[in-house]
Design a protein around this ligand. Structure first.
Ligand code: G1P
Length: 274
């Protein structure tokens, strides 16, 4: 019934924390060993049954289009040299039947604004949002798949959450739990740690419903002077339309240099072990 076929990837951010690496290269193409962050996120969406990938891009992001485009010259050159395995790696970045759509975010007015830029492409369908900076390890098909399944059961908006103890909670959208198990009564963007309504942090995976666009369009700037996705979800939560699913795995914040290093070390260790 409620199948999720579209995913939005907001990828317009500058990546200032990784300069000079991100001067000419999108931060989403930074590799975890040999695969770019954005490809991990795209694969997670595809594993959840999504076949339409919507990238909300900005200046200097053309390389993302090239990454997901076919490169027949490179494939032919590799095959001519007998490098069939490498040719497969180039060809199989996207399975057949998966389409990429690129939408431009003209100004960076916040995550909520980025999602609003995808409105015409998303149209009236429920959709997933994946923040590629959040690198997640997971058993099974992935957290987006879990969110899509939970949405299929209840038809409600789904947030992925994890426990964060101590002052770091103020870096996240924080869930105010409702009395119903898994229910969300509110979502507060980056509260002071003392004001945090729980230790449940919203992380960068969502399944949303298209009524969020009307909320975002009329919403004033929030935390950091930006149009926040969390504020719109807070409005939906107050109507009783939001649920949370706990992350059953690890999260690395690849928007920070330390988190990125940890992610590389984690994947490298697993590879060494085979
Ligand atoms: C964004 C969201 C925040 C969420 C976080 C997860 O914040 O606004 O609600 O908790 O992603 O990574 P950002 O980290 O982009 O400032």
């Amino acid at each position: 019934m409620h199948k999720i076929r579209k995913a939005v990837f907001p990828v317009a951010g500058f990546g200032t924390r990784f300069l000079p690496a991100t001067k000419a290269m999108p931060k989403e193409l930074m590799p975890i060993v040999d695969k770019p962050l954005i490809q991990y996120a795209a694969e997670e969406a595809i594993a959840a049954g999504i076949d339409t990938l919507i990238f909300v891009t900005g200046r200097n992001k053309r390389a993302i289009e090239d990454h997901f485009d076919s490169n027949q010259e490179l494939e032919a050159a590799l095959l001519a040299k007998g490098k069939a395995e490498q040719a497969d790696r180039v060809r199989n970045i996207l399975p057949k039947g998966v389409e990429c759509i690129f939408v431009r975010q003209p100004e960076q007015l916040g995550l909520g604004h980025a999602v609003l830029c995808a409105e015409r492409v998303v149209s009236n369908d429920p959709f997933a949002v994946l923040l590629a900076d959040d690198f997640l390890t997971y058993g099974g098909a992935g957290i987006t798949s879990d969110l899509a399944e939970a949405f299929g059961r209840s038809g409600k908006i789904q947030l992925s959450v994890m426990e964060v103890d101590g002052p770091d909670i103020s870096k996240y959208g924080v869930v105010a739990p409702s009395e119903v198990p898994g229910g969300v009564a509110g979502l507060i963007e980056k509260p002071d740690a003392v004001d945090a309504p729980s230790n449940l942090a919203s992380i960068g995976r969502y399944v949303l419903t298209p009524d969020i666009f009307d909320i975002l369009r009329n919403q004033p700037a929030g935390s950091g002077g930006e149009i926040q996705l969390a504020d719109a979800i807070n409005t939906q939560a107050q109507r009783g339309d939001v649920e949370a699913v706990r992350l059953n795995g690890l999260r690395f914040d690849c928007g920070s240099v330390d988190g990125y290093l940890d992610a590389i070390m984690h994947v490298a260790e697993q590879r060494r072990r085979g």
